[in-house]
Write a protein that binds this ligand. Structure first.
Ligand SMILES: NC(=O)C1=CN([C@@H]2O[C@H](COP(=O)(O)OP(=O)(O)OC[C@H]3O[C@@H](n4cnc5c(N)ncnc54)[C@H](OP(=O)(O)O)[C@@H]3O)[C@@H](O)[C@H]2O)C=CC1
Ligand SMILES: CC(C)=CCC[C@@H](C)[C@H]1CC=C2C3=C(CC[C@@]21C)[C@@]1(C)CC[C@H](O)C(C)(C)[C@@H]1CC3
Length: 622
């Protein structure tokens, strides 16, 4: 192809249909008649693109740099002093398998990210002359996807191009693997990676555009920052009332001294330090996190199960030695205040340290330029002090293990208050169910590395408060309620509750493990029966198995379990059902956040997934 702009074998940036995202592709051939380039994406997807949908790596980088320069000049735009954009991108150039960016918005100031995204030029879809289908795959879904994608592409093409070819044409979206050409495709992709590695001086795409503001934007973030602690305070005070009915007035605010107890602060600090010590203890696996935009993978010490076992032994020994754990019940408010102060200090530290981080280290969601919003959402994706990962630690250790400790203390308080020789049946159920949930989370600690919080969310007030205050002091509400509001259980109800817990747990665990195993190793032989949709990022989406039933089977299991946790408290009051209600709101909101994020990442492949798997959480209902 002597007179052509791009040559066979060139690594260039190709636009993904239906989006303004560009991915690294390899030019396979050029068809002189249709004037289309056949390119191959990292996942083996072949597509035919017009010349204007392709950019050279250097051209793309120059555009990114000039945009980033002009952005950094604009008022209010802060640029990291420690790293120049060039250095950052060079660092990320070696591994760009998952890198995607928009041509116009990649370095746009995040406060205007949404608007910038809208300004991104619409994709000019490039229909090709129809080829006879070559796909010999027996994977029905992938055939269907090919057709659907093609028809969707055609629809947009018809809208956007007054091209005489538009109605005859379609995109050729086919996987190399479907042609029984797995080895060739893999070899090609390895070859591509090698080429990219060799081009160490070659520029690479910059970070994707920041995501639009959520949680009600700046005002919403401010509201949540005030409302969440106020709500915790309400729950903590209200559950102690003789009649904790929500129609009753909330109790009068206690005096300021009642909130504060230095001893309670010392206990909370000691607990966190103890957990930190267990976390750094060189026991257990060093697990790898997901591939970051920088091309790096972080290592995490996943010894959570060890931590809870040691904690249980230490707590049991302390009780044996006469330590009165009911202190936790009688000083609940002071312990909550102490944890709240620590979470505020941590969030402030996180906000200030995030100012010296490079773009690659920031979350896409928490860098709007608005102090309150960014403080709330968190700017830095994986804040670490040396190898100590603050977000991972806070999410998995002090609050989560603290939850079990508090539940246990509530069982002791119930025995004391109700003069019982053993905790009530309801209290035992709540304790065991929630303990199973936490122990399971810690046993499968590695799986948290592929959850939204770890992969996408920055670490700021929301998670610091959520991990250190919300989880230990509100998730324990059922146990706390039972201390002063005993609830005898009938045998049929007991059996129903146990069955619900088992069913919920089964769905939750199986679906989470399936996705985690798939994300870790898509060619895991145990998953070979599952169907999947390829996406341009190199990752695929599961479209059968648990993830083919609903889009969030793990949420469904979690909700069924939440039901089993509230039922032992009966129906006399709404208060112990708070977790269930909150959890529905949280998961519905998380689902919509995740939908937006996946839509942005995967473009038309995500739409295809949503068309195939129609329900979000509950089959045939929602
Ligand atoms: N008890 C509690 O308070 C809470 C519990 N949870 C639980 O934590 C667990 C994790 O939840 P969360 O992080 O919200 O969400 P998920 O674990 O469901 O993670 C969502 C991510 O999974 C990937 N994904 C989505 N669909 C597919 C698919 N079809 N095939 C392959 N990958 C897919 C996407 O990431 P990508 O494609 O980038 O890999 C998506 O962003 C859940 O079980 C939830 O119930 C969550 C919040 C609170
Ligand atoms: C209202 C508010 C401040 C919300 C913050 C949300 C956090 C409380 C939750 C976000 C995701 C969470 C997860 C767990 C606990 C609650 C938070 C932190 C989790 C660790 C519980 C145990 C599970 O097994 C889990 C590991 C799957 C889970 C992960 C998500």
């Amino acid at each position: 192809m002597p007179s052509l702009k791009y040559q066979t074998g060139d690594t260039v940036m190709g636009r993904w249909p239906g989006s303004s995202l560009y991915y690294e592709v390899n030019v396979l051939s050029f068809d002189a008649k249709s004037r289309l380039y056949t390119v191959i994406y990292k996942d083996g997807t072949e597509l035919e693109l017009k010349e204007q949908d392709i950019m050279s790596l250097t051209g793309f980088q120059a555009r990114t740099r000039s945009r980033s320069r002009s952005n950094s000049r604009s008022p209010g735009r802060r640029r990291s002093r420690s790293r120049s954009p060039a250095r950052t991108t060079r660092r990320s150039s070696s591994r760009t398998a998952a890198a995607a960016t928009t041509a116009t918005a990649e370095t746009a100031p995040s406060s205007r990210g949404d608007a910038k995204l809208k300004q991104a030029p619409e994709v000019k879809l490039s229909p090709m002359l129809k080829k006879a289908p070559e796909n010999s795959s027996n994977n029905k879904h992938e055939k269907k996807e090919e057709n659907n994608t093609a028809s969707q592409v055609n629809k947009s093409a018809a809208k956007e191009e007054a091209d005489p070819e538009k109605n005859q044409g379609r995109y050729n979206l086919r996987r190399r693997k479907d042609d029984g050409d797995v080895k060739e495709a893999e070899a090609k992709s390895e070859h591509q990676e090698e080429r990219v590695e060799k081009m160490s001086a070659a520029p690479a795409p910059a970070a994707p555009a920041p995501t639009p503001l959520d949680f009600g934007g700046k005002i919403g973030a401010f509201f949540w920052m005030l409302f969440l602690p106020a709500w915790v305070l309400f729950l903590v005070l209200h559950v102690d009332q003789k009649d904790p009915s929500l129609s009753n007035f909330p109790p009068a605010l206690p005096s300021l001294e009642t909130f504060w107890n230095p001893q309670a602060l010392v206990f909370v600090v000691l607990w966190i330090l103890f957990q930190a010590l267990l976390y750094i203890f060189p026991v257990g696996k060093l697990s790898e996190g997901v591939l970051l935009r920088s091309g790096k993978r972080l290592k995490y010490r996943t010894n959570g199960f060890f931590a809870i076992v040691v904690s249980a032994v230490v707590v049991a020994a302390a009780v044996y030695q006469g330590v009165d754990l009911t202190y936790i019940h009688s000083h609940f408010l002071q312990l909550t205040t102490a944890s709240f102060l620590i979470s505020m200090m941590l969030s402030t530290y996180l906000y200030f340290r995030s100012r010296s981080t490079g773009p690659d280290e920031r979350a896409l969601g928490g860098n709007s330029g608005n102090v309150i919003y960014d403080f709330f959402k968190g700017r830095e994706l994986n804040p670490r002090i040396k190898e100590f990962d603050l977000k991972f630690f806070c999410e998995m250790r002090p609050g989560l293990i603290g939850w079990c400790l508090i539940n246990f203390a509530m069982a002791l308080a119930e025995m004391k208050q109700q003069n019982l020789d053993a905790p009530s049946c309801s209290m035992i159920l709540v304790n065991i169910f929630q303990l199973i949930y936490v122990v399971d989370g810690l046993w499968n600690e590695e799986a948290i590395l592929t959850t939204m919080d770890l992969m996408h969310d920055g670490f700021g007030y929301m998670l610091a408060f959520g991990d250190l205050v919300w989880v230990p002091f509100t998730y324990t509400l059922q146990a706390r309620y039972l201390v002063s509001h005993p609830k005898p259980l009938s045998l049929p109800l007991l059996v129903t509750i146990i069955i619900l817990k088992i069913v919920g747990f089964y769905i939750f665990r199986k679906s989470n493990s399936e996705k985690n195993a798939f994300r870790r190793n898509p060619s895991d032989p145990r998953l070979s029966h599952l169907k999947m949709i390829p996406t341009a990022t190199g990752k695929s989406l599961l479209v059968s198995g648990w993830w083919g039933v609903v889009r969030h089977p793990n949420y469904l299991g979690d909700l069924i379990m939440a039901l089993a946790w509230s039922l032992p408290c009966g129906f006399s009051h709404l208060l112990p059902w708070y977790y269930m209600i909150y959890f529905i709101i949280l998961l519905v909101h998380r689902d919509s956040r995740d939908m937006n994020e996946c839509r942005r990442k995967y473009g038309s492949a995500w739409d295809e997934y949503c068309r195939t798997v129609r329900y979000r959480i509950i089959p045939r209902v929602y």
